[in-house]
Design a binder for this molecule. Structure first.
Ligand SMILES: Cc1cc2nc3c(=O)[nH]c(=O)nc-3n(C[C@H](O)[C@H](O)[C@H](O)COP(=O)(O)OP(=O)(O)OC[C@H]3O[C@@H](n4cnc5c(N)ncnc54)[C@H](O)[C@@H]3O)c2cc1C
Length: 435
């Protein structure tokens, strides 16, 4: 056993773990961070959009050194059928601000930089070290961790579980259940490399400007799922994810869906001539508020994806991870400063502070996220995209058919596929689930 006792041990060097470790180390706490990957970020997957506001609260001047790709000036939403897409596009020069709001990043590079900040602040960071189990006393109080290193038991006043959505430690120790298949999506992602001038010409970009595309429709074959295309400096990230329970039922494979997405006529010209260099698959917690487990106990707190803190509707995860990590670090510092013990009663402060933040306020809007995402999903992901695409084609095609006949044909096609009353009903059900 390592004799030295730490104030805090952080398990995992992803967004949540780095935020927690940095917050505590900056305030002078003795922190040990353990990461199973070869280096921080080697195991981590994200689209990836970084939300600046949440990082700025941890590293105010991060723009000076963090490896950022492009700041996002344009957001496109595509509703797709098999041969077309209907789009909504928002582009604003306001996003070319001095301190841009969102950036694309590459996690393998970003996490390495974030971890260097943690080390500069004084934390001890050990990579290639897997925590195998939590060390608990007979009453369940967490005393430390056991790692796969020789003599690798280490003790601390408090353990921060930042082990991500796949983390087994919390469930093995009986602190939370493993996420149910209807509460997690499985996403796959590829990185397609192209010269930066090609990317800028294809997406109408100047310098470091970037575009993100979120796509839904027949690409998910009637399952609840979304595709994405994000521009980096010299690569394009493309991916797609669906709920695990839906994939299981349908027998579809995520990589099969991604292949079809890449072959879509709207996507082919964007990727043409690119070289695929990276491929990754990862789970995303999408259970919403009701799926959040117990967040603290005697000697432990859980943060980030491991705590199911992910807002699937708004495509936000890393910012909730960073914020929960930061807040956990601040709560631990307050308790330590008062020289109070790390009992569940005292660590309740973390939950209280998190409840007051956007993290829980936003997730409370989506109490039962799977129910919301499944509201008439066949209609929203198959029938309506087909009907809307057909209506658009009828509208824009100039072929001598009188406009009044076109309007009648469009109304008829909506009626024949699904009554207008049904459509209103779906919209109503969706709005009710949203509340
Ligand atoms: C395809 C995809 C696209 C996404 N896109 C976006 C996006 O664009 N924007 C956004 O904000 N979010 C996005 N997300 C979500 C985002 O990636 C996560 O919310 C975020 O990474 C969670 O951070 P975390 O620190 O909780 O977990 P992770 O980043 O997963 O980090 C967990 C860390 O713990 C380590 N670990 C696990 N177990 C152990 C152990 N026993 N011992 C030691 N170390 C361990 C892992 O190796 C890992 O480094 C996306 C997710 C996916 C899968």
């Amino acid at each position: 056993m390592i004799e030295e006792k730490f104030d805090a041990i952080v398990i995992g060097a992803g967004m949540a773990g780095n935020a927690a470790a940095l917050t505590m180390a900056k305030r002078g706490l003795k922190v040990l961070q353990l990461e199973r990957g070869e280096y921080p970020g080697s195991k981590n997957v994200q689209g990836a959009i970084l939300y600046a506001d949440m990082l700025e609260k941890i590293v105010p001047d991060f723009r000076e050194e963090a490896p950022l790709e492009r700041h996002i000036v344009e957001q496109r939403f595509w509703m797709m059928n098999d041969s077309s897409h209907v789009g909504l596009q928002y582009r604003s020069d306001d996003f070319n601000e001095e301190k841009p709001n969102r950036y694309t990043i590459v996690r393998a590079q970003f996490d390495k930089w974030f971890s260097k900040e943690v080390q500069k602040a004084g934390a001890v960071v050990l990579c290639e070290t897997t925590v195998i189990e939590l060390v608990q006393d007979p009453q369940g109080k967490v005393l430390g961790v056991r790692t796969d290193r020789k003599g690798g038991e280490v003790h601390a006043d408090v353990v921060v579980l930042a082990e991500g959505v796949n983390g087994l430690l919390g469930s093995r120790a009986g602190l939370r259940e493993r996420p149910a298949p209807e509460n997690v999506a499985l996403a796959v992602k590829e990185m397609h490399f192209l010269p930066r001038e090609t990317i800028e010409a294809r997406f109408n970009l100047n310098g470091d400007e970037g575009v993100v595309i979120e796509a839904a429709g027949t690409i998910s074959k009637g399952m609840t799922g979304v595709g994405f295309i994000y521009t980096n400096k010299e690569s394009i990230s493309i991916g797609l994810g669906c709920l695990v329970s839906d994939l299981k039922k349908s027998g579809q494979t995520p990589y099969g869906l991604l292949e079809a997405f890449k072959r879509h006529p709207s996507v082919v010209p964007l990727l043409e001539g690119s070289e695929v260099k990276e491929y990754a698959a990862h789970l995303i917690p999408e259970g919403g508020y009701n799926a959040i487990p117990q967040l603290y106990g005697d000697g432990w707190v859980v943060v980030g994806d491991a705590a199911q803190l992910n807002n699937a509707v708004h495509r936000e995860g890393s910012n909730l991870a960073m914020t929960s990590g930061r807040i956990a670090g601040e709560a631990i510092f307050q308790i330590k400063s008062r020289k109070d013990p790390f009992t569940a009663e005292n660590l309740k402060l973390y939950k209280k502070m998190l409840d007051d933040s956007f993290v829980i306020k936003d997730l409370k809007k989506y109490k039962d996220m799977p129910a919301l995402l499944h509201t008439s999903s066949k209609n929203f992901f198959l029938t309506y995209p087909e009907l809307i695409a057909k209506a658009m084609q009828t509208y824009v095609r100039v072929d001598g058919v009188p406009k009044i006949d076109k309007e009648k044909a469009t109304v008829k096609s909506f009626k024949s596929a699904r009554s207008l009353a049904g459509l209103v009903g779906d919209a109503f059900r969706f709005a009710r689930a949203w509340r």
